[in-house]
Design a protein around this ligand. Structure first.
Ligand code: ADP
Ligand code: MG
Length: 580
């Protein structure tokens, strides 16, 4: 039987899952961890590493690694690493390729298909870009589903026979999504969804970093250029502080100098109240999509049976207080918030494969935003263009197909350019331009000739636009003129060929790469007496990695681990995220 894996391609972490033995399960990476940091690095020898090892490098060598590239999906942004330029689609494909290999090692067979999750608020470009990243990684993307929908699927799968109204609040590293869902008799109905694609836990960290730097008389943007090492170290400290505040009332932030070195005497304190004050503007933005999802779903706070918290950043106390304040009840975390999206992707995969265990389940989703075209409006004798005419309204159940009639404006008008937009604003300039469709050879006739425009929004959240000219009986159908960020078939093939030339760091050896990078970072953290001892062990390990004489390698590795232990540095093969 065909296997479809589920993938949560996150801003910060990515996960991979599969439906097995009647339930969704997660697939570990070579380090035994379920979370693979969405970080890509290029080693000095040009090889690509993904995940934990790349994240270690990011701290000590910010110029060799990149994270948070999901934020640039669907844009023309390029990232330069070790002199090579990469698109966000390529970087995402590296992460997907790593996850695919993990799944193959876990399931002991080749994997060719996946369900990939995206933030509900991802627009058409971002969805297409994600799909292409999958294809570049050698995966057929069977379905793109919204992250909050996937999270809801996990809860719905385990709670199939309940009857309740659930609000899923998902604050990840870089995106925020809210989804209202109703469960009854095995049917999971997404009622409405809202969110912001540029708001996430990383912004909370950034606010701390900016505040600390400001106290030192530095602006974040300036510091990033002038001393990137200092900022990358400080960001790491602030990230720990933010997490610490989830369980503690006060945390300490050590202040690195320009070389990224800490001096134990230089530190500042941050307590929950001060943190809440710093992030107040962000919390205001958090409230808006919650209100919108409730309004669109025509529900009131008291009608919500459960508020489910998803995404690592909902662990922040400010988020829990916010939920308490609005709904008068505690947010629920029944399943690990880092994992529910990936698990839901595996449930979706099971639905596609019509697995016996999900046969009685039905799921319906909605279109998260309004889709429409640009039209001209008449004001007396004046005609003004640039107005947005919705065709599919937000929160319409998908798949959906809607038709709208437009008319020619002048006599003998030979063509119409249908400009397609996504968004909620009255004027198209304030919405996202998705592309255009040229309708040509309209027969000569007086103004007011009718043309039917049909929008079809499929289960993947991808839009198809069609125009029909009754007077000529001709049909014009998409594909929307390509946006720069999405590639044509030819360009995609070209890109795949280019990627095949890249060398990836061998999967089996990733754990050693990570240990090396971790130990290298620790060299800068220990005192100068310990430093010599640690450096010696690191050098020996590095030499052994290059020589790779089996026995000497094993003993060098062992030596390094022992040295770390002697110095009181814990290295447990687990990622930072999984430490309680
Ligand atoms: P994504 O799906 O975007 O990759 P995740 O759901 O993995 O994101 O969440 C990552 C975010 O959660 C990061 O911004 C991280 O700092 C934050 N986070 C993780 N654990 C905690 C915690 N204990 N307290 C506060 N924030 C946390
Ligand atoms: Mg996520």
């Amino acid at each position: 039987m065909e296997t479809i894996i589920g993938i949560d391609l996150g801003t910060t972490n990515s996960l991979c899952s599969v439906f097995q033995d009647g339930k969704p399960v997660l697939i570990p990476n070579p380090h035994g961890s379920m979370l693979t940091p969405s970080v890509v690095a290029i080693l000095d020898d040009g090889r690509v590493v993904v995940g934990q090892a790349a994240r270690e490098l990011q701290v000590t060598r910010p110029e060799a690694a990149v994270a948070c590239f999901k934020r640039w999906m669907g844009t023309d942004h390029k990232v330069s690493l070790q002199g090579k330029s990469f698109t966000p689609v390529e970087l995402s494909s590296f992460v997907l390729k790593a996850l695919k290999e993990d799944a193959e090692a876990f399931l002991k067979k080749p994997i060719e298909a996946a369900v990939i999750t995206v933030p509900a608020y991802f627009n058409d470009h971002q969805r297409k870009a994600t799909k292409q990243a999958g294809e570049m990684a050698g995966l057929k993307v069977r379905r793109i589903i919204n992250e909050p929908t996937a999270a809801a699927l996990t809860y719905g799968f385990h709670d199939r026979n309940a009857e309740k109204m659930i609000l899923v609040v998902d604050l990840g590293g870089g995106t925020f999504d809210v989804t209202l869902m109703e469960i009854f008799e095995g049917t999971l109905e997404i009622v409405s969804t809202a969110g912001e694609s540029m708001l996430g836990g990383e912004d909370f960290t950034d606010r701390i970093v900016a505040t600390v730097l400001k106290k030192e008389g530095l602006a974040l943007e300036v510091a990033e250029v002038r001393s990137p090492l200092r900022v990358s170290r400080l960001r790491q400290e602030c990230e720990l502080a933010k997490r610490g505040l989830a369980t503690e009332s006060t945390v300490r932030i050590r202040l690195p100098d320009d070389h990224g070195t800490y001096d134990e005497s230089r530190a500042v304190k941050l307590d929950r109240a001060a943190f809440a004050k710093i992030v107040e503007p962000l919390m205001e933005r958090i409230k808006r999509p919650i209100t919108r999802a409730m309004q669109d779903g025509q529900r009131e706070a008291k009608e919500i049976d459960e508020v489910i918290l998803v995404g690592g950043a909902t662990r922040m106390s400010v988020m829990q207080e916010c939920v308490q304040q609005i709904f008068g009840k505690q947010g629920l975390i029944k399943y690990n918030p880092d994992e529910v999206v990936a698990l839901g992707a595996a449930v979706q995969a099971a639905l596609i494969l019509d697995h016996a265990d999900v046969r009685e389940m039905v799921m319906t989703d909605v279109c998260p935003f309004t889709l429409g075209i640009s039209i001209a409006k008449e004001f007396g004798t004046r005609i003004e263009s640039g107005y947005f005419n919705p065709i599919i309204h937000r929160n319409t159940t998908i798949p959906v197909s809607r038709e709208e009639v437009v008319c020619t404006l002048i006599d003998n008008q030979p063509e119409i350019i249908v400009k397609v937009y996504q968004g909620e604003a009255r004027k198209v300039v304030d919405n996202v331009f998705l592309g255009e469709l040229q309708v040509k050879d309209i027969p000569r006739q007086p103004a007011g000739a009718e043309i039917m425009i049909r929008f079809t929004y499929d289960l993947n959240g991808l839009l198809e636009v069609e125009a029909y000219v009754p007077s000529s009986n001709r049909k014009f159908s998409t594909v929307l003129t390509n946006h720069a960020a999405t590639l044509s078939k030819f360009e995609l093939e070209q890109a795949i060929r280019n990627l095949q030339r890249l060398k990836f760091y061998p999967r089996d050896d990733l754990e050693n790469q990570r240990l090396l990078r971790y130990a290298e970072r620790m060299v800068g953290e220990v005192n100068r007496f310990q430093r010599e001892q640690l450096e010696y062990a690191v050098d020996r390990f590095l030499n052994a990695m290059v020589d790779s004489e089996r026995e000497s390698f094993a003993s060098a590795r062992q030596d390094l681990l022992i040295t770390l232990e002697q110095l009181g540095i814990s290295y447990d093969g687990q990622s930072e995220d999984e430490k309680p």
